[in-house]
Design a protein around this ligand. Sequence first.
Ligand SMILES: Nc1ccn([C@@H]2O[C@H](COP(=O)(O)OP(=O)(O)OP(=O)(O)O)[C@@H](O)[C@H]2O)c(=O)n1
Ligand SMILES: C[C@](O)(CO)[C@H](O)COP(=O)(O)O
Length: 233
Amino acid sequence: MSSGRIWAVIPAAGIGSRMNSDTPKQYLEIDDKTILEHSINRFLEHSKIHKVIVVLNPKDSHWQELPFKNNSRVVTVIGGKERVDSVLAGLHAIQEQEVSHHDWVMVHDAARPCLKSEHIDDLIHSRDSSPDGAILAIGVTDTVKQANHKQTIDRTIDRESIWLAQTPQLFPVDSLIRSIELALSRQQLITDEASAMELSGYHPSLVIGSRKNIKITEPEDLFLASLWLNNKK
Ligand SMILES: Nc1ccn([C@@H]2O[C@H](COP(=O)(O)OP(=O)(O)OP(=O)(O)O)[C@@H](O)[C@H]2O)c(=O)n1
Ligand SMILES: C[C@](O)(CO)[C@H](O)COP(=O)(O)O
């Protein structure tokens, strides 16, 4: 039975350049709440989550408007240039708290507000059978093409073994910190936490997520997210 507390790190220090909005996308509102509030609330509402570390942009001017100032389970830290730098800053903030070697951390994009509590449960339950950690992911329902440099089809890829990584991604805190620091020291490209763990030789499990758990990235994603946040299913 896995022991240790479970922390959440919410990287929210991005500028949302692909959203083409003056407001950083994590502060755009759906149902009268910012996208960031929706994401943070999923973890505050979950009884197994010890504390939530929110990673902010150094130029963030919106955070103080959110209702988390006096919440002892919410800690903020300043992020870095890339998402991986922000995640590492969040992990270091955990180290500065009363962390134990048995603790785990769930890293979840602020830009994924449609996460359901049952998927947090599924990841937590995977700990006993997945000592290397686990991520939410979904299969591919379209045929997958590999393009060449001229944006023409080079070949078709067998989609049976292709999964699209989502967040949250759940790992032992110590292993994740060591893996990210090692990858960064080798200037290796890290776009999610699992890729750092893989580079250290771990084999995280894939836990089925939901197509509704989209990462709000471009303007049309807002409409989809509002549909799914509204229907609460
Ligand atoms: N230096 C960064 C970059 C991204 N993020 C966070 O990582 C998550 C996923 O990143 P992405 O969707 O790429 O967000 P942005 O980097 O803001 O978007 P863009 O790439 O369009 O600028 C987001 O919640 C974002 O706030 C972060 O904390 N620190
Ligand atoms: C972590 C992630 O959401 C998994 O799919 C994705 O890699 C984030 O990519 P981004 O370019 O930083 O949004």
